[in-house]
Ligand binder design. Structure first.
Ligand SMILES: Nc1ncnc2c1ncn2[C@@H]1O[C@H](COP(=O)(O)OP(=O)(O)OP(=O)(O)O)[C@@H](O)[C@H]1O
Ligand SMILES: [Mg+2]
Length: 332
């Protein structure tokens, strides 16, 4: 029978969520049982362990399921936020061409096994660029929601370390994690490492991180989706672009999208007057999606707090105007 300290170790590793060491200890028990001549029991134990391991690794492909990081990978918790997303593309206002590219991407990802049979791979490395508040981060969450896998939001500031070599090891850890934790890995605010002209004290370390990112993204053979998002594609190092399967632009909303975004946010509420597209567009042109959503929410809040049954059209116009004026002030 297993010795007391073997059982204690098993319970300890289980409690710590350290899956790798839990299974390794269980295998040690099987080996010592075999040495003591209990061949049948040892064999039975080995089979149980293998079955449990297989089930754990395939479970991560189930919709919405997140496998906890093992203790040996605990470090990763400081570098990424794990999000189980329920967002879908239909929750977003998208141009036809953007919706087409994203739908195609999802279709390829969902049918990777079919492609594999023909020795083809689905696209999985994307670069998103465009002004703030235009849906880059939201799309990464929506892709995770559509594919039923978690979104891992990489904290780039957590990666850049002042100790030489440490940042590279941390980045490596993230890319290694992609292999057994399938997900959408978002490197948000990517310009913080991807910009080719950085002027700060830690230029050297940032350059090393960028080079290591290039090597890692090129060599990565996982099933995970990798997304880098940035506002500034012009400042990005040229070597970066060819590492991605597709470069996707997220522009400011055009007229149709402005109206649709406001209508979507206000749906379920009544306005005291029908939306007048011309005057809305006059006030809202140049605003990003985020500002449109926030302005709509401001008008909703006014309604709730003043205990009215309908949203004042004027509140909406005022909220939009305020945002546009703050744009104009920023440009001065
Ligand atoms: N296409 C869209 N449809 C509907 N809402 C959107 C869309 N894009 C953005 N939004 C709204 O704006 C908010 C901010 O968007 P998001 O964080 O994706 O912008 P971003 O492009 O990542 O900006 P940044 O460059 O500042 O990181 C979202 O939470 C959502 O409310
Ligand atoms: Mg973002």
């Amino acid at each position: 029978m297993a010795a007391a300290d073997q059982i204690k170790r098993l319970i300890k590793f289980y409690g710590e969520g350290d899956e790798d060491r839990f299974f390794a200890s269980a295998m040690q028990i099987a080996a010592s049982e075999a040495r003591q001549g209990h061949a049948n029991f040892a064999q039975e134990l080995k089979e149980l362990i293998e079955k449990a391991r297989k089930e754990r690794s395939s479970a991560q492909f189930e919709k919405g399921k997140v496998i906890p990081f093992s203790k040996s990978k605990n470090e990763i918790r400081e570098l990424v936020d794990v999000v189980n997303s329920n967002l879908h593309l239909t929750d977003m206002t998208l141009t036809e061409s953007l919706r087409d590219s994203l739908s195609k991407f999802i279709h390829e990802q969902k049918h990777w096994e079919v492609l594999n049979q023909y020795n083809l791979k689905p696209k999985r490395k994307l670069l998103f660029y465009g002004p703030p508040g235009c849906g880059k981060t939201m799309t990464a969450h929506a892709l995770a929601g559509e594919l039923g896998i978690p979104a891992f939001i990489v904290r780039l500031d957590g990666i850049i370390s002042k100790y030489m070599g440490e940042s590279i090891a941390k980045l490596r850890l993230i890319f290694d994690t992609m292999v057994d934790h399938r997900g959408v890995y978002l490197f948000d605010e990517f310009d913080s490492i991807g910009a080719h002209r950085n002027q700060g004290q830690d230029v050297g370390e940032i350059k090393r991180v960028l080079n290591s990112f290039l090597v890692n993204i090129e060599n990565n053979r996982s099933n995970s989706v990798i997304i880098a998002a940035t506002n500034l594609p012009k400042s990005l190092d040229n070597a970066l672009f060819r590492r991605f399967d597709e470069i996707i632009q997220f522009p400011l909303p055009n007229g149709k999208e402005i109206i649709q975004t406001i209508e979507n946010r206000l749906s379920g509420f009544t306005l005291d007057k029908n939306l007048d597209n011309t005057s809305i567009l006059e006030e809202a042109e140049g605003l990003n999606f985020s500002e449109l959503v926030n302005a709509s929410e401001e008008a909703i809040k006014e309604m709730i707090l003043s205990q009215r049954n309908s949203i004042k059209y004027l509140d909406l116009i005022t909220a939009l105007r305020k945002r546009k004026e703050s744009h104009a002030n920023r440009l001065q």
